[in-house]
Design a protein around this ligand. Structure first.
Ligand code: SAM
Length: 280
């Protein structure tokens, strides 16, 4: 099974998060006529298609969804692009400056679910989002601030077998992992960039992943790439680690891994006045 297929199979957590955040978004959202919409970090496209698309006005002008991973974008085009008006494109929100420059002040509504935590160059990504947002437009995001998944990485990093594979894992950790007040730090950064903050909130969430799903789940959900030849062994090492760290729980006789996340949710707006000012 290819990674995109496994990703969709193991995306219950993303889907639950999306469902919850969509309800929150709908409380404050006002859609613009003939709007241009963007989803940043769309992965294999299931959340864009099944959760974001249904809340958008039918008269939306364009819906673009981007991800830096070409294999996920190919899957999204194949499975969701053909049956909807969503255009899935391989674009890196940090690096693909030329492509992003084609969209300056273009999007009325930008979404990004569970993506920002894996971008170290957070400020550059947020500045690029600000640049392509239309003045008066909205930016809705969710991302991890902290997660106990890293306890497992830290444990494995201390073993001779996994140290070479996990040596650089901290480079993909949420920039807010060690922050004492992630929501406040992120809001300050957004305000510095020029966003007008409607809200940034942080919520603690807990999930139970059936232990039999954990090997696939960690391989597709960890923000760092596990070399394909190590995938199977890494999955099993994570199961062993979850047990060693006592992160396993039994629910109705089924062994599960207990995941705990601190999730950031935000709604930001680009001020109308920024239309007159150069963005940089
Ligand atoms: C955890 S997945 C979330 C996918 C989807 N939004 C969801 O809710 O299921 C994060 C996605 O962000 C993408 N991503 C990470 N950094 C990115 C970047 N710099 N530019 C575009 N996409 C990025 C990853 O490739 C990955 O597919």
């Amino acid at each position: 099974m290819d990674r995109a297929t496994v990703y969709v199979k193991q995306s219950k957590m993303s889907e639950m998060g999306a469902e919850q955040f969509i309800k929150q978004i709908l409380e404050t959202a006002t859609w613009r006529d003939n709007c241009n919409v963007l989803d940043v970090g769309c992965g294999p496209g299931n959340v864009t298609h099944d959760y974001i698309l249904p809340i958008l006005p039918i008269r939306a002008n364009s819906i673009v969804a981007i991800d830096k991973k070409a294999n996920l974008v190919d899957y999204a085009n194949e499975h969701y692009g053909k049956k909807s008006k969503i255009q899935f494109k391989t674009v890196d929100i940090v690096k693909d400056v030329q492509t992003l420059d084609e969209y300056v002040n273009h999007f009325d509504h930008i979404f990004s679910f569970y993506c920002l935590q894996s971008i170290r160059e957070q400020e550059t990504a947020l500045r690029n989002i600000f640049k392509i947002l239309k003045p008066g437009g909205d930016f809705y995001f969710s991302c991890d601030a902290q997660t106990n998944l890293y306890e497992g990485c830290e444990y494995l990093l201390g073993t001779p077998e996994w140290e070479p594979v996990l040596r650089d894992y901290k480079e993909t950790m949420s920039p807010f992992h060690d922050s004492e007040s992630p929501a406040q730090d992120l809001e300050e950064l957004l305000t510095k960039i020029g966003f007008q903050s409607v809200y940034v909130t942080m919520e603690r969430q807990e999930f139970l992943i059936p232990m039999e799903d954990l090997p696939e789940f960690v391989v597709v959900q960890t923000p760092f790439d596990i070399p394909p030849e190590f995938e199977e062994k890494f999955g099993q090492a994570c199961v062993d680690t979850a047990r060693t760290l006592k992160l396993n729980r039994f629910v109705d006789g089924q062994e599960c891994c207990y995941l705990q996340l601190q999730l950031l949710f935000g709604h930001q707006r680009k001020p109308i006045a920024s239309a007159q000012k150069p963005v940089f």
